[in-house]
Design a protein around this ligand. Structure first.
Ligand SMILES: Nc1nc2c(ncn2[C@@H]2O[C@H](COP(=O)(O)OP(=O)(O)O)[C@@H](O)[C@H]2O)c(=O)[nH]1
Ligand SMILES: [Mg+2]
Length: 260
């Protein structure tokens, strides 16, 4: 019911079966904790928090993902989390495709009291990235977060644009972007895995932000993603507000899922 998918469900059932036999579980009451334990075991390797390396200055986070996944909103929430931890943050409006996209990021910038580097709509996103890195270096900020466009991940031009942004960043600041954060709408279920593959191939995803885990009973995709990719799940989005972001915790997540 949680849309875990066939492969991962089979793995969970098999491991649960082993536990049942090993511990000679006969009571239903003992089964649920065993199930939680099995699922937590799958999630644990992916419960790796984003650790901002202060020796990398600025620490550059590039967000990617399809339109509507929640990139811009998540950037707003992550900025809030980072500034409250004492990091200075600068944002780059790399979604130059629509004017509204840049305006939306500006609103999040104002809400957080941080700067936003933007150019006119239709500008080259890589040029915005270049400007933003210059600004981040000269203003000596701790973290630069780059927003990007998200038209269909199947269209080659988006991937080319993202690759270019990635290239420009690494040329400007060696080793950057330090984090390529793929933002995925958890509500889309198994399709998330296909999206991940596309972005990973182009820009090498290093971490995940899984959004909209509030409105959905399908959080099982999180288990499938952990099982299939082992990628770090940095954050989960649980609403549209600035505080509706959590660092991913395997045990908490399993409890919330099972108790639904
Ligand atoms: N319920 C809920 N809505 C979210 C969450 N994250 C983003 N959204 C909403 O999803 C929509 C698209 O978000 P946006 O950040 O513009 O996506 P982008 O196109 O990837 O930049 C907006 O209406 C957001 O408020 C979340 O965690 N929960
Ligand atoms: Mg956006």
């Amino acid at each position: 019911m949680a849309d875990v998918g066939l492969d991962t469900t089979s793995r969970i059932m098999q491991q649960l079966d082993d536990v049942i036999k090993r511990r000679r579980i006969t009571e239903l009451d003992a089964l649920y904790p065993a199930l939680e334990e099995v699922i937590a075991g799958i999630l644990e390797p992916s419960a790796v928090k984003l650790d901002i390396d202060r020796s990398k200055h600025p620490y550059v986070i590039m967000t990617v993902g399809i339109n509507g996944a929640g990139k811009t909103t998540s950037i707003g929430k992550i900025t809030n989390m980072l500034t409250s931890q004492g990091f200075s943050v600068l944002l780059a409006a790399g979604d130059t495709f629509r004017a509204a996209a840049s305006e939306q990021l500006q609103v999040w910038g104002e809400r957080n009291g941080v700067g936003v580097i933007a150019q006119a709509p239709g500008a080259d996103a890589a040029a915005v990235t270049h400007d933003a890195l210059d600004a981040a270096i000269s203003r000596n900020v701790d973290v630069l977060i780059i927003d990007t466009a998200g038209r269909q991940h199947t269209s080659g031009d988006l991937m080319q644009e993202l690759e270019k942004i990635h290239r420009v960043a690494s040329r400007k600041l060696e080793g950057s972007p330090h984090e390529v954060l793929l933002v995925l709408d958890a509500g889309i279920g198994q399709n998330a895995l296909a999206q991940l593959e596309g972005f990973n191939k182009s820009v090498g995803v290093t971490g995940l932000c899984l959004t909209k885990l509030d409105g959905t009973a399908k959080g099982g995709i999180v288990i499938a993603i952990a099982d299939r990719t082992g990628l770090p799940i940095r954050f989960i989005g649980v609403g549209e507000g600035i505080d509706d972001l959590q660092e991913f915790d395997a045990d908490d997540f399993v409890k919330a899922l099972i108790e639904q």
